[in-house]
Design a protein around this ligand. Structure first.
Ligand SMILES: NC(=O)c1ccc[n+]([C@@H]2O[C@H](COP(=O)([O-])OP(=O)(O)OC[C@H]3O[C@@H](n4cnc5c(N)ncnc54)[C@H](O)[C@@H]3O)[C@@H](O)[C@H]2O)c1
Length: 247
């Protein structure tokens, strides 16, 4: 029997690395993709794991990734995790920056989904998870293109769930809150941001990449066989409460 394959984008750092490690531990073959070089602790083993260094902004790359993953086995899971931040308020956003953020965060997820769907449809099985953000659901200052791209991923999730649920494919999203990664390292040094996030997170701390990976693994498992079209926040309760912790 061919191994089950999970494709994980943005796997060279942060949340993507944790997702790739979790899928390997769960017995999947993992096709890891990143524009950065392969991390040393991601071991490439024939038939079990592969790493493709590629820029998802390149429109030709989605087909290459799907083909390389199919060579490992049957693609059961696609995790569209790669993303970039760095956006500004609308009045300070130039066209290049708008297009780049929308393209990497949303366009690449669309293109890669389109590339793997025919195989999933043929087998009548598959799970796609988009990594969105709580900032796609709640307004915050100065992050226009990023928030728009993440809100659009939640919409794409619902739409794809409707289109492909009848074919046996479930599509969900995870919206992380403040997770400690390279993307947030600088933000966490900003006292205003830190206060806003940590003082209004009921569990009173930042999240770890593996805590996002666990929810992604659940969504791709049979335990989530009736979960479809959802965007699940993994944020210690921030979005649900934005509770002010006193003291
Ligand atoms: N860290 C958080 O607090 C947080 C919160 C909400 C959502 N997210 C989302 O989670 C995902 C992962 O975030 P992270 O914190 O691990 O970020 P990160 O910056 O630590 O890692 C992102 C990875 O994606 C890769 N990548 C970026 N653009 C790419 C491209 N064009 N082609 C190929 N690879 C590319 C980077 O090289 C990097 O390895 C992102 O989509 C991010 O928006 C993160």
């Amino acid at each position: 029997m061919k191994p089950r394959v999970a494709i994980v984008t943005g796997a060279a750092a942060g949340i993507g690395t944790a997702i790739a490690a979790r899928f390997l531990a769960d017995g999947y073959a993992v096709m890891a993709v990143d524009r950065a070089t392969r991390p040393e602790d991601f071991r490439v083993e024939p038939g079990c794991s592969a790493f493709l260094q590629a820029d998802l902004a390149d429109k030709a790359v989605a087909g290459e990734i799907a083909a390389a993953a199919s060579a490992l086995g049957t693609v059961d899971a696609l995790i569209n995790n790669a993303g970039i931040g760095g956006s500004r308020p609308v009045a300070q956003t130039d066209d290049d920056s708008w297009e780049k953020i929308l393209d990497v965060n949303l366009g690449a997820a669309f293109r890669l989904s389109r590339a793997v769907l025919p195989g999933m449809i043929e087998r009548g099985k598959g799970s796609i998870v988009h990594i969105a953000s709580i900032f796609g659901e709640v307004g915050y200052r100065g992050t226009a293109a990023y928030a728009a791209s993440k809100a659009a991923l939640a919409g794409l999730t619902r739409q794809m769930a409707a289109d492909y649920g009848p074919a046996g494919i479930r599509v969900n999203a995870v919206a992380p809150g403040l997770i400690e990664t390279a993307m947030t390292a600088k933000l966490l040094q900003d006292p205003t941001y830190r206060d806003l996030m940590l003082n209004s997170t009921p569990v009173g701390r930042t999240g770890k990449p593996r805590e996002v990976a666990g929810v992604v693994a659940f969504l791709c498992s049979d335990d989530a066989s009736f979960v479809n079209g959802e965007t699940i926040a993994v944020d210690g309760g921030w979005r649900a409460t934005r509770m002010k912790v006193s003291g």
